[in-house]
Design a protein around this ligand. Structure first.
Ligand code: ZN
Ligand code: ZN
Length: 276
């Protein structure tokens, strides 16, 4: 079993690549190519070209949730393809999402209409349940919020009529790969919590062993207590590799790097994780 996980877009970038706030990760398992998220804008398609990746060879696109920094690159990717492509996501990606900043509330949802993306070849498969992509690859479906300390950020909203209400982020999902080494879990933003996601992956697959977790962990506004609890639970789960991206933030990255030493890596644009 050959696995390549290549990060096409992230807040920071390796030599020669373009960085944008957001995330896009190409997952290749025995020749099947799945793109988890598309970044904020054109960087995912640009960096793919730099790596010599033909976007038409991507079999499936998975959107981890509706936020713009994960869906904004979709139009660019579809425009550079010749063939239609299946896009797996939760129906709530179409909610009217807003983020509260000090400067005001900003629309932060999918920046395109469903129709415009469909006219460019997107074939949406919207599901609240896990979707099996191949024998060894699945989406998580909705992730139950079980741990006591993992909470959804209080600056994320959905617009209903004229009012903003807290966004439950039911659309938050991850990609789960069963490998000979254990599970490899690829996160988009991890809004429902990294530990909740890993426990859900264990339950779904019936596999206890988690080899690697890669992607956004949404710890950038987390309290020191939450970061400590996360580290303790990751150790209990026995995670062997941790590649953090995007919304992890500097304090959490620093703590994880200290705790996990060589098992830790910064997963930025151009980074490549391979198995075996
Ligand atoms: Zn998000
Ligand atoms: Zn994000």
């Amino acid at each position: 079993m050959q696995i390549n996980i290549t990060t096409l877009s992230e807040n920071t970038a390796n030599h020669g690549f373009i960085a944008e706030w957001g995330l896009s990760i190409l997952v290749e398992v025995d020749g099947t190519r799945i793109l988890l998220d598309t970044g904020w804008g054109f960087s995912s398609a640009y960096n793919a070209q730099l790596l010599g990746i033909d976007l038409d060879t991507i079999d499936t696109i998975v959107l981890s949730h509706g936020h713009r920094d994960h869906t904004g690159g979709l139009r660019d990717i579809l425009r550079r393809r010749r063939n239609p492509v299946n896009v797996i996501a939760h129906p709530d990606i179409w909610a009217s999402k807003y983020t509260h900043f000090d400067t005001g509330d900003e629309f932060s949802g999918v920046p395109f209409s469903r129709e415009s993306l469909e006219s460019l070849g997107a074939r949406f498969n919207l599901s609240k349940e896990p979707v099996l992509i191949s024998d060894n690859i699945m989406t998580s479906g909705e992730i139950p919020m079980v741990s006591t300390y993992e909470i959804i950020e209080d600056n994320l909203f959905v617009k209903h009529g004229d009012t903003l209400q807290p966004d439950p982020l039911a659309d938050d999902l991850a990609l789960i790969i069963k490998t000979d080494y254990g599970l490899v879990v690829v996160l988009g933003c991890g809004h429902h919590g990294m530990v909740n996601t890993l426990h859900h992956a264990q339950k779904l697959t019936g596999q206890e062993l988690v080899y690697a977790v890669i992607g956004g962990t949404h710890l950038y506004r987390a309290s020191p207590e939450r970061i400590n609890n996360t580290i303790n639970d990751l150790k209990e789960i026995g995670v062997q590799k941790i590649g953090v991206s995007h919304c992890t933030g500097f304090p959490a990255s620093l703590r994880l790097a200290e705790e996990f030493q060589e098992a830790f890596f910064l997963n930025n644009a151009g980074a490549r994780f391979t198995l075996p």
